[in-house]
Design a protein around this ligand. Structure first.
Ligand SMILES: [Zn+2]
Ligand SMILES: [Zn+2]
Ligand SMILES: [Zn+2]
Length: 136
């Protein structure tokens, strides 16, 4: 049986603290809590920056996509296919000019479907706004 020798007692790493500790952090019980709290905050801050970077990269990707020649080309193709009419209004037997091309599966959910003709539909502003207002 191996008996681990106890860690030697050391003074707490916190300046001016006179407590002795065997803790692996090098802090006494009281200052260990503080130390762990700081670590937690630093991690949260790192996570936040990481998320922010991902979001910025993604925003840029969407922006590039919406102004790409390929998207302009596909948009025209969809408008021709849908005869320039809002497809959702048409389902309700209303004839209305289409204003936007909408992704049925949003590109943020499936980037690979951004040019997928079956994922695209011509809509009027009203239908489009209503849809996005309810689904975000
Ligand atoms: Zn201490
Ligand atoms: Zn419509
Ligand atoms: Zn849309």
């Amino acid at each position: 049986m191996i008996v681990m020798p106890p860690r030697p007692l050391r003074p707490c790493k916190k300046p001016n603290c006179t407590a002795l500790t065997r803790d692996e952090t090098g802090y006494c019980e009281k200052h260990k809590v503080e130390y762990l709290e700081i670590l937690k905050k630093q991690k949260a801050e790192r996570d936040r920056r990481y998320d922010e970077n991902i979001r910025k990269t993604r925003d840029k990707q969407y922006y590039e996509f919406y102004k790409s020649d390929e998207w302009e080309r596909v948009k025209k193709q969809i408008l021709i296919r849908d005869k320039g009419l809002c497809q959702w209004c048409l389902q309700k037997r209303i004839i209305k000019t289409a204003d936007v091309i909408h992704h049925i599966v949003p590109i943020k959910d499936d980037w690979s479907k951004r040019f997928d003709l079956s994922n695209l539909v011509s809509l009027c502003y009203e239908c489009h706004n209503k849809h996005h207002a309810s689904k975000g």
